[in-house]
Write a protein that binds this ligand. Structure first.
Ligand SMILES: *Cc1c(COP(=O)(O)O)cnc(C)c1O
Length: 453
């Protein structure tokens, strides 16, 4: 029985898939935070390179991956597709479970798939430094890895709760030559404002974004970079789904279910968009595409589909997306990468249109799934990725009931070697099942920007 399905390096995709070309109508445009009018390329030019702005708005179905980018991706790509035989056996399911394993990248997650092209396009435009935010530290370390290869400086604002709980991610960034600062910080006006109100705040991704954007907007040699949410990020991540579709085809299979965890939506977009595109273009119709989020930050399952800011300070353009409100601060969740208040506008649109089904799970059941996975398949995975595993296990158990031999594909977005504090908390009973109270969501949704939506 085949366990690992490898593509050779020659088969590394030469183009990304842009699902915008196949949407039945264009996305609602981003709106300028000051005027409320549609934001154009010139509004983004101070913080992003023109190539990425072009990709953000492109309606072209395929976009070439530059050779210099493919050269670096080849260090670990194409990534393996792995059949979870032992998990199947343990679950006594007739379903076939396959996972795309992204823990093989240098930073240990899917995030370098976009960090590399983003650093590349900034370098091409003559930019010298990139600023960004990071939650659990995964994105900061991916960007530190990528900027180093293109001789760019990198400043990372790291959500302070993670900065102190995950010191090794910070160390990785330093190894790759980046500067890592706990956020909120005194370095920016938005950081100082938050610290004045609450000096002991544990920070949030929204706050860190405000700081990183402000840093880029106030320095001419500096651009900003985002590791999720935006269309160009989802575009770069489609390399995973494109590879997986080919790998499954080598087994003469096509997935009945495609599953991923959703923070800002990038790994989920990456694994699922090629298959969602097959639905939109009428090539396939029965694939169920499931996005899994934590019950503590239930953006897709309990948020509103409205225009909102990407950050707490309201400095970013407003995006039409599912949101819990830009000043929503989730509880200290162990899947730090899933704490964001909003979601990718494209993923949001596909949820709204019924192409994608969202689900949410509590923390303990997610960790239980991660332990089951480690004890059957061996890999100790990131708590974020464990949400996808939990989704896959549930679908496989449904198949056991119905006796159907379905094919399940999920994105195993990263390893958990720097998340052992969270595993430790699980073993000592320290993980809280936090189902977000309605009041908390209502409160932050009341502060949505007053916009025609
Ligand atoms: C950041 C991260 C996520 C969540 O981010 P998305 O943009 O939603 O993919 C999931 N898994 C891992 C391992 C991550 O590092």
């Amino acid at each position: 029985m085949q366990t690992k399905i490898y593509l050779d390096e020659e088969s590394l995709p030469k183009t990304w898939y842009n699902i915008q070309a196949d949407l039945p109508s264009p996305l609602d445009p981003p709106l300028h935070p000051g005027t409320g009018k549609p934001a154009g390329p010139e509004d983004f030019a101070p913080i992003f390179p023109m190539e990425l702005i072009g990709q953000e708005m492109s309606q072209q179905r395929t976009i070439p991956i530059p050779e210099e980018v493919r050269d670096i991706l080849r260090i670990w790509r194409p990534s393996p597709l792995i059949r979870a035989h032992r998990l199947e056996k343990f679950l006594k399911t007739p379903a076939k479970i396959y996972y795309k394993w992204e823990g093989v990248s240098p930073a240990g997650s899917h995030k370098p798939n976009t960090a590399v092209p983003q650093a590349y396009y900034n370098m091409k435009e003559g930019i010298e430094r990139i600023s960004t935010e990071t939650g659990a530290g995964q994105w900061g370390s991916a960007l530190a890895f990528a900027t180093n290869l293109f001789d760019l400086e990198c400043t990372v604002y790291m959500v302070s709760s993670s900065y102190y709980h995950k010191p090794y991610r910070k160390s990785m960034m330093q190894v790759w030559g980046a500067e890592c600062i706990p956020s909120p910080s005194p370095r920016t006006a938005s950081g100082r404002a938050i610290l004045e109100k609450d000096p002991n705040t544990s920070g949030s991704l929204g706050i860190a974004i405000s700081e990183a954007v402000e840093d880029a907007a106030t320095h001419a040699n500096t651009h900003y970079s985002l590791g999720s949410v935006l269309n160009h990020v989802c575009l770069h991540q489609t390399i995973m789904g494109l590879e997986a579709r080919e790998q499954l085809a080598m087994e003469e299979l096509y997935p009945d279910y495609v599953i991923g965890s959703v923070g800002g939506g990038s790994n989920f977009a990456g694994i699922s968009f090629p298959f969602a595109g097959d639905i939109l273009t009428g090539k396939k119709k029965d694939t169920e595409i499931i996005g899994v989020e934590p019950a503590a930050c239930p953006t897709l399952t309990r948020g509103l589909y409205e225009y909102d800011y990407g950050d707490v300070a309201g400095l970013t353009p407003m995006l039409k997306m599912y949101t819990l409100g830009h000043d929503f601060i989730p509880p200290a969740l162990h899947a730090g990468g899933l704490r964001y208040h909003g979601d990718s506008p494209i993923v949001s649109r596909l949820v709204h249109d019924g192409i994608i089904t969202p689900r949410s799970y509590l923390q303990n059941e997610v960790f239980e799934a991660a332990i089951t996975f480690a004890r059957t398949e061996g890999m100790i995975i990131a708590p974020e990725a464990a949400h996808a595993v939990k989704g896959a296990i549930d679908v496989a158990l449904e198949c056991r009931k119905t006796g159907e031999e379905k094919t399940i594909l999920f994105c195993n977005s990263g390893h958990g070697h720097f998340d052992m504090t969270a595993y430790d908390a699980y073993h000592t009973g320290g993980i809280i099942d936090y189902d977000c109270p309605d009041d908390l969501i209502k409160e932050s949704l009341a502060n949505l920007p007053k916009q025609r939506g």
